[in-house]
Write a protein that binds this ligand. Structure first.
Ligand code: ZN
Length: 210
């Protein structure tokens, strides 16, 4: 989730070179940002590699509630990036659970594919998707980055009888009733065509949205 700018004005921990920091989780800002309090400071920590549903998206509340179940616990932060104006990005470990992984594995957050490469997070998301956990209970979950950016520019969903959506990639085999998650992987354009036209070029109905 995008962090409100005010919350970015945190106090820097004194030892900036430390690879790990321990502190108490004192507040949940949203499904992927928390406030950590150490002996000498309180600061904003982004859970590395994950992106939780935005306000107004399905599963936003559940995502925050799950993180809140860890309030007042001791957390160990394994710092990932340089500290920048967005705060600290870290793996957050509480009671031996890697919370970043747990959020993704239970469908409370997405693996932040556009900005991270991490096999464990990728595997965790596949697990959640396969077993339809959390946000994956929806037939057509929308990634937060799409919710924020691309949504309005998408083709208008159709009723699936006359018109369908297809990816213009030559390898695309299926036509879609709506902008389903398979189309989110389309590396080409998504266009609306007549269903008859799609059938003429041997496309078949998508198993996920039909
Ligand atoms: Zn589909």
């Amino acid at each position: 989730m995008i962090r409100p700018f005010l919350l970015v004005l945190f106090l820097m921990p004194l030892n900036l070179k430390a690879q790990t920091i321990t502190g108490k989780l004192v507040r949940v800002i949203d499904g992927d940002d928390v406030l950590i309090q150490t002996i000498d400071s309180t600061f904003n920590v982004h859970l590395y590699g994950i992106d939780a549903p935005e306000l107004g998206q399905t599963y936003c509340e559940q995502s925050v509630a799950h993180l809140e179940s860890y309030l007042w616990n001791e957390a160990t932060l394994y710092l990932k990036n340089d500290i920048n104006q967005e705060g600290i990005s870290a793996w957050v470990v509480i009671k031996r659970n890697n919370i970043n992984v747990e959020m993704v594995r239970n469908g409370y957050a997405w693996y932040n594919r556009p900005h991270t490469i991490n096999a464990e997070l990728a595997r965790s998301e596949m697990h959640a998707s396969r077993f339809r956990l959390g946000l994956w209970k929806s037939n057509d979950p929308v990634a937060p980055w799409d919710f924020l950016s691309g949504r309005l520019s998408r083709p208008v969903p159709t009723d699936g009888k006359l018109k369908v959506l297809i990816c213009t990639d030559p390898d695309a085999k299926y036509y879609h009733k709506r902008y389903c998650r398979d189309l989110e992987r389309c590396n080409d354009n998504v266009i609306v065509i007549l269903r008859e036209q799609a059938k003429e070029i041997n496309m078949k109905a998508c198993r996920h949205c039909y």
